[in-house]
Design a binder for this molecule. Sequence first.
Ligand code: C2E
Ligand code: MG
Ligand code: MG
Length: 731
Amino acid sequence: MTPHPSSAAPNDLRNQLYRYAQDMQELMEQHSRVQARYQAVLQSQGRASLSNDLLLVGIREGLTPYLVTDSSGMIAQVNACTEPLLGAPGPGLRGLSLMQLVPRAQQQTLVTVLAQLVYMNGSSAILQCQIGLYDGVEVDSICQFDVLIVPLQTYAKVEFFWLLHPANPDMPDALSALQQFNLLNDSGFGLLLTDASAAICATNPAFTRITGFEASEVIGRNPELLSAGRHDDAFYQSFWSELSTLGSWSGEFFNRRKGGQIYPEWKTVKAVKNVTGDTLAYLSVFADGAHQRVDTDQLARMAYHDTLTGLPNRRLLEDRVAQSLSQAQRDGLGLSLLFIDLDRFKPINDKFGHEVGDQVLQEVARRLKKSVRQGDTAARVGGDEFVIMLQGAVRAADVESIASTVLTKLGAPIIVGGHKLLVGASIGCARYPQDGGDMVTLLKHADRSMYAAKRFGGNHFCLHEGRGDLNGVANLGHDLWQALERNEMHLVYQPQVTAGGALCGCEALLRWTHGALGSVLPLTFVPLAEATGAILPLGDWVLDSACRQLKQFQEAGLHQLTMAVNVSARQLNDPDFPNRVCQILLATGIAPHLLELEVTESEALLCESDGQQRLQSLRALGVKIAVDDFGTGFSSLSRLHTLPVDRLKIDQSFVRDLATSLNARAISQCFVSLGLAMGLEVVAEGVETSEQYQVLTNQGCHLIQGYFTGRPMTAQALLAQFKPVSPALPL
Ligand code: C2E
Ligand code: MG
Ligand code: MG
């Protein structure tokens, strides 16, 4: 039964508000932790090589300002948070010399440090430096920074990568952290942020909805302007004393709207402190307590949504499944339920505590929401259990494709409070009408299949084994060994083009058409082949087939085409691997420089040092080596230097948001510059739109691969699309 609003609202609302304020506080603390961690690195690594892990945390979260200059200090690139930090409106910082922003006394020190880095081959330098805040015309005030400088050297030129860390984190940082996470604007609660002297610095749209005041009318003023005069001095005394001793206050507060109407607020106020315990700001989170409107809305949400993640709860899921089932029965459509259980949630929760556990669940929820299509539902049904309802998806291949996306998304590390957590998930699936006609039966079957996936070692997906043709992944491992004999494997080729649009290479991608299940995605079977060892014969077959195909492309006139082949760490760890590559090159007559081996960033670093030696010896022969999925593996820049590499392939996750996100642009620019600075060719993968293509080519990316310039296709299709026109014969 739905609880009566007036009896249930206060406590539930108060809890929810409190949790919300805690989340905000957590964000602030996360910000401080990133800074503290950075500080620790600065202190511990006297001769530090920059950890890319740290760099990525900072850059991804948009909290670490950085810039790249040429050898004279001319600013070539800055990331999204640097310009607001250094205060550059209008033309921005590019093209300005960093030296112009540094007081004269410091310029000499800087020049000496830069010269030492270049001429004495230093790997990095750490120093304290004053940098001016530029108002577009002149430097007005000076701020102290801890600076880490890393030289980026190529044969041709030297550039410097500068990481800036404000020595005294204060209000602008806290604000930018909040804005960065976009929470001020998204929240359904009213938010009010004041500085330490209680002057209002920021509000959100819900604040305006509730109070009637626009942000511009209240910024800089004291929240007193909202006071309804209902509370006496004793009330305020206890309010401030709780806030200063406990750091937070929760309760009912009477305020007055702009129009004069007095209304109750359910309010939580938190003091936002920096690492040293000084109060930087007060954050007030509140809901309109004038019952009818707020309570019905809020209660409806609370009754049907999980308060921690905001996802639909079991009750809403049941409603939606019932609705969709009756629609499916009426229209003869299908429906699938994916039961998702996290693989390593419990140990993470036990080791790092509930707060970290909660954040992991929230991130999982965000990733699930992004994985499903419009009209589908992702719900949280238990501690670490989630269910996705897919409308209309009954073909094994469709369900599998979505399950693979979910597995990949949940397999990527989750970063909480400086910990890089690998959570992973197991997924079981049941489908209507094959596996049951009601929610209870379908959920039971999906749950059972999930356990089958767990028995497989986690990070797997199983379809319910209700009917002969629906055998799940559990048998795939076995079938993989026979796939070659049964002629079920083939290769497709995805074009790689230059910034000018000319075809220059292609990547061979493996495809499996399973006798009973139809097409199975590489994201499902490649990890399985790696786990079972079947990748060795398969990888060998791929190399051989790809080189033979390249020969045929050459014979058709595509003489300089390169062929990229994905290689797994398991293959690199095989001592016979370089010999096999040589044999294949000799047998097919392919020049080594036209073959490129793609190793993912994490695998390149994971494979044993012998494996890296093998890559080195192949490279000495002329074979090209590419780091695949660059940016996802958290490798360190210094390790990257030691790897035998010719190309970086920027992972598609960084390409996806290029057209809309400044941060994504900054990251891709950073990768392109890193690649260029290290003398490597840079390829962007997953380029789907002309906007992404434009941004990347403007940023200096050499090669483009993605649906925009060509999907993976058969060799015939590639030839038909790109076959060179024969020159007209001279008469
Ligand atoms: P990868 O090497 O990073 O390959 C790129 C993947 O992105 C391919 O998926 C490709 O079809 C997909 N892709 C290309 N352009 C776009 C685009 O514009 N948008 C989107 N959304 N996707 C795009 P695929 O073929 O499913 O392969 C997935 C992964 O499986 C590969 O990632 C690679 O790691 C692995 N793989 C594929 N073939 C082989 C193989 O022969 N051997 C080994 N060891 N791994 C392989
Ligand atoms: Mg690849
Ligand atoms: Mg890739």
